[in-house]
Design a protein around this ligand. Structure first.
Ligand SMILES: Nc1ncnc2c1ncn2[C@@H]1O[C@H](COP(=O)(O)OP(=O)(O)OP(=O)(O)O)[C@@H](O)[C@H]1O
Ligand SMILES: [Mg+2]
Length: 270
């Protein structure tokens, strides 16, 4: 068996409750999730179930209460340096141009300015923003900002890419364009990807494997599906493939009840 790029083993995460007199809140309980080198894995689950928490554990931003994390066989301590992280919210620096945003990570890694500039320029072209390097984030559309963020993450050539609902704020057409672009970039380099989404269509269209999380508290994976659709895929066209429809029905039958439970819990919490 190959060593997983990322292994989250028996992870439990508890948080202090809002009310100190109450017991701690167990967000995730005994969850195991592994991503092989080059594998594209999506995690779906109801809102508030613990998807971002799990990703933060993989990024090394949050230490689990119990359980272990390893990266290519090495136990993870501190930040996961082999991973690049793309957040749900815009994480561009508003005071820097698109080019400077894309260069930032390289400059931080002491790459010379001239080389960083050249590589950032190549990446901007690769994501279709060749002429936009001198624009500031507020001068770019939402889709363009996502492209800059994608270049900013991928320029560092991480062995593992962690993405937390990166396209959820986009309109459907832009979103599908971005999903196809990400798949093209992924196909060229075949990095391990852990992709969080609440959109089952997106998860199936993109992934090799889809993992379904239960509603919280004490969230854990409750279903795992291999997506045996041929690649390369066009995310818009693949949706009408009979196998896609079949997989969707199978996974939705597991996810549906959890979404309902998650929704009811949120109503109770208000
Ligand atoms: N630092 C924290 N302190 C206390 N509770 C937290 C903390 N981080 C997350 N939680 C709680 O853990 C649960 C899981 O949160 P998380 O953000 O991982 O959910 P999610 O699945 O990413 O949700 P969404 O789909 O809305 O992004 C929630 O109930 C949340 O309130
Ligand atoms: Mg989240």
């Amino acid at each position: 068996m190959t060593v997983p790029a990322l292994a989250l083993d028996n992870i439990t995460c508890t948080f202090a409750s809002r009310d100190e007199r109450e017991a701690r809140y167990t967000a995730i309980k005994d969850a195991t999730l592994r991503v092989a080198p080059g594998e594209f894995v999506s995690v779906v689950g109801p809102t508030g179930c613990g998807k971002s928490t799990l990703l933060n554990v993989g990024a090394g931003l949050l230490a689990p209460s119990t359980g272990s994390v390893s990266v290519f066989g090495e136990p993870l301590t501190g930040i996961n340096r082999r991973a690049g992280y793309m957040f749900q919210a815009d994480a561009l620096m508003p005071w820097r141009s698109a080019l400077d945003n894309v260069m930032a990570g390289l400059s931080f890694r002491k790459v010379s300015r001239a080389e960083a500039r050249e590589r950032a320029d190549t990446w901007l072209k690769r994501v279709g923003l060749g002429g936009f390097g001198d624009r500031y984030p507020h001068q770019l559309s939402g889709g363009m900002r996502k492209r800059v963020a994608m270049a900013q993450t991928l320029i560092l050539d991480p062995d593992i890419v962690l993405m937390d609902e990166p396209f959820s704020a986009l309109d459907i057409q832009t979103r599908q364009l971005m999903e196809n672009e990400l798949l093209d970039l992924w196909a060229a380099k075949r990095k391990a990807v852990l992709f969080i989404t609440h959109d089952l269509d997106e998860a199936i269209a993109m992934s090799d494997r889809v993992v379904v999380l239960s509603a919280g508290p004490a969230t854990r994976p409750i279903g795992e599906f291999t997506i045996d659709l041929p690649r390369p895929r066009d995310v818009a066209e693949i949706r009408s493939d009979p196998r896609f429809v079949e997989l969707h029905a199978q996974i939705w039958s597991v996810l549906r009840d959890e979404v309902l439970k998650g929704y009811q819990q949120q109503l109770k919490a208000v």
